[in-house]
Design a protein around this ligand. Structure first.
Ligand SMILES: Cc1cc2nc3c(=O)[nH]c(=O)nc-3n(C[C@H](O)[C@H](O)[C@H](O)COP(=O)(O)OP(=O)(O)OC[C@H]3O[C@@H](n4cnc5c(N)ncnc54)[C@H](O)[C@@H]3O)c2cc1C
Length: 304
């Protein structure tokens, strides 16, 4: 219930205006967002690199309906790639297709994203297409398939274990040799397309993890769920799957202790760094995931 409310609020313009102007909120968002500028993101990334982790950079933004804004977002990614190369950051980038014009026109989207893919390919950098709500899943998969056919093999998708279709999508991605990041899914979805019970979402996560580790391309296992992480490690060790066949991925600011522990144990870890001024919906989804985060914010509010 609380989760659904926060996800709904993440789409409200009124709530966005209120929250982004509240001084306590931007301070609280800093727990999950590396900052508003590339300097902030670069220093967070370099610190993580020093701690033995790779990163993926996300210039926050989504649901863009204006061509100039979508073009500017793609330009921003070109700058990010150049800056990552200049700062010798060990990492790649993640982007949302709705930020690049997916809701405007497919050809425009393709042109816009191709510029990023070309620049990334020049530096042997990988580009991940984040997955948004279920309405976008097929279109995102089709788009990823199309750009691969255009020759951009430096790309991959995200699949969400909460969706009933995801096991089939995992098999499809494995057949294609498409790289997958597997996560649970951060959007409110109807029961017709998603498992309503957490235990089913978790079981689906493990089924897909096994498929990816045994038969897939290099996989990203993106979760902070210790039980799933434990089970993944056990599965890899039992089956003799080498630790360089996959990586654990976690979000910036969440379970830093677990991030360090995994590195100390010799597993590959990538941290997803979101930054930029459009942090509101990303922040609200992080609140939705864990009621304790809301209490944390409420305490800041009471203290003024
Ligand atoms: C690297 C990465 C990339 C992602 N990309 C996408 C994407 O493209 N599309 C998409 O829909 N979703 C994406 N997500 C979000 C994902 O779908 C989940 O919403 C999110 O990871 C929370 O689920 P969980 O697997 O950690 O498990 P949960 O069962 O939600 O949480 C397990 C434990 O993790 C900790 N935890 C989880 N979330 C938080 C939080 N916000 N604050 C504090 N502690 C927390 C808590 O200890 C909790 O008990 C991504 C997640 C990661 C880690």
């Amino acid at each position: 219930m609380l989760r659904q409310s926060f996800i709904l609020l993440s789409k409200s313009d009124l709530a966005r205006r209120f929250v982004t102007h509240a001084p306590f909120a931007s301070a609280a968002a800093r727990r999950f967002v590396a900052g508003e500028t590339m300097d902030d993101a670069s220093s967070a990334a370099r610190e993580l690199n020093r701690a033995g982790m790779t990163v993926t950079m996300d210039y926050l933004g989504e649901s863009v309906n204006d061509r100039a804004e979508a073009t500017a977002a793609a330009d921003q990614y070109l700058e990010i790639i150049d800056r990552m190369v200049a700062d010798q950051i060990d990492g790649n980038v993640s982007l949302k297709l709705t930020q690049m014009g997916q809701d405007i026109d497919e050809d425009f989207l393709r042109d816009n994203v191709s510029r990023i893919l070309e620049r990334a390919a020049r530096h042997h950098m990988f580009v991940r297409f984040d997955m948004e709500s279920s309405d976008y899943v097929q279109r995102t998969i089709d788009f990823a398939d199309r750009v691969r056919a255009d020759g951009f093999t430096n790309t991959g998708i995200v699949l969400q274990s909460m969706l009933r279709r995801t096991e089939a999508d995992t098999l499809w991605a494995n057949e294609r040799g498409m790289r997958v990041r597997l996560c649970k899914g951060a959007y409110a979805e109807p029961e017709s397309v998603a498992y309503p019970d957490k235990k089913d979402v978790d079981a689906s996560f493990m089924r897909c993890t096994r498929l990816l580790l045994e038969h897939g391309a290099y996989a990203g296992i993106a979760t902070h769920d210790e039980k799933i992480i434990q089970a993944t490690k056990r599965f890899a060790l039992d089956r003799g799957i080498s630790p360089d066949r996959f990586e654990f991925q976690l979000l910036y600011g969440i379970r830093r202790d677990l991030q360090r522990q995994l590195v100390d144990e010799g597993w590959r870890v990538r941290v997803y760094i979101g930054f930029g001024t459009a942090w509101y919906p990303y922040f609200m989804r992080r609140l939705a995931e864990r009621p304790a985060n809301v209490l944390f914010i409420a305490r800041q509010l009471v203290r003024g």
